[in-house]
Structure formats: structure tokens, C-alpha cells
Design a protein around this ligand. Structure first.
Ligand SMILES: Nc1ncnc2c1ncn2[C@@H]1O[C@H](COP(=O)(O)OP(=O)(O)OP(=O)(O)O)[C@@H](O)[C@H]1O
Length: 122
């Protein structure tokens, strides 16, 4: 019983740490602030254009995809600066690849956004 309780307490603590990490990300990273702003704009657009339930699910999925990869990219940047604060070609490569992942997700999100909203104007 004690084991089960400590399991639940540990899970709750982990959720708390993850929540703290999310707040740090939103408070300190300018790129994620821009993404939050875009997420608000497309959410408002979703209501204005009355997008379908499926379109909402896809839109929310895209927002989650971009923001979560941005979070991982930020963590990689912090880790890279921590393990090697000096300028190094490999650190630059690691950071560029991590940023490339965000770029891929963002391009996909823009294309998906086009599929959702362009027909509303045509
Ligand atoms: N220590 C380093 N050694 C080599 N190149 C680096 C180093 N730090 C950064 N760079 C290069 O500069 C670019 C920008 O790095 P930086 O850490 O400022 O990321 P950023 O994309 O500006 O991040 P942010 O999301 O915080 O705006 C990297 O993608 C990399 O090409």
C-alpha cells in the first residue's frame, strides 16, 4: 500500500516538475512566446471561421507539435551551452539540427493551416 502511495506521490511530483518546466519555457523563451501568440490567433480564427471538430483536433495537434518540439529544442540549447559554453563547430551543428526540427514542424503546421483556412476564402 505504501509503495502504491509513494508511486502516486512521485507521479504527482513529476507532473509538478513538468508544469514548472512549461512555465519556465513560456516565461523565458521568446520563440515560444511568438508560438503562444500564433496559437491564440489561430484559436480565435477557429471560432471566427467555425472550423469542424476534425479541423480543431488537427489544429490543436499542430500547436502541440510545434510547441513541444520547441521545448525540446530549448532544452538541447541549454544542455549544449552547459556541457560546452565555448564556441564549438559541433555545438553549432547540434543547435542547428535541433532548430531544424522546429522548422520542419512549423512548415508542416503552416501547410496544414493552409488546408484548413484557404478553402474558407475561396
Ligand atoms: N557554442 C556555439 N558554438 C558554435 N556555434 C554556436 C554556438 N552557440 C550558438 N551557435 C550558433 O548560433 C546559432 C544560434 O544559437 P543560439 O543559442 O543563440 O540559438 P537561437 O536559435 O538564437 O535560440 P533562441 O531560441 O534562444 O533564440 C546556433 O544555431 C548555432 O548555429
Amino acid at each position: 500500500m505504501q509503495n502504491k502511495e509513494s508511486f502516486i506521490v512521485n507521479r504527482l511530483k513529476s507532473v509538478g516538475y513538468a508544469f514548472k518546466g512549461m512555465l519556465i519555457l513560456i516565461k523565458t523563451e521568446s520563440s515560444i512566446k511568438i508560438q503562444v501568440f500564433i496559437a491564440i490567433i489561430v484559436t480565435v480564427a477557429g471560432f471566427v471561421f467555425g472550423i469542424s471538430k476534425t479541423e480543431w483536433m488537427i489544429q490543436i495537434g499542430m500547436i502541440g507539435l510545434v510547441m513541444s518540439i520547441e521545448g525540446i529544442n530549448t532544452a538541447i540549447e541549454y544542455l549544449a551551452d552547459f556541457v560546452h559554453p565555448q564556441h564549438h563547430e559541433k555545438i553549432g551543428l547540434i543547435k542547428d539540427i535541433a532548430a531544424g526540427a522546429v522548422f520542419i514542424a512549423s512548415i508542416i503546421a503552416v501547410i496544414v493551416g493552409g488546408f484548413i483556412y484557404l478553402p474558407k476564402f475561396l
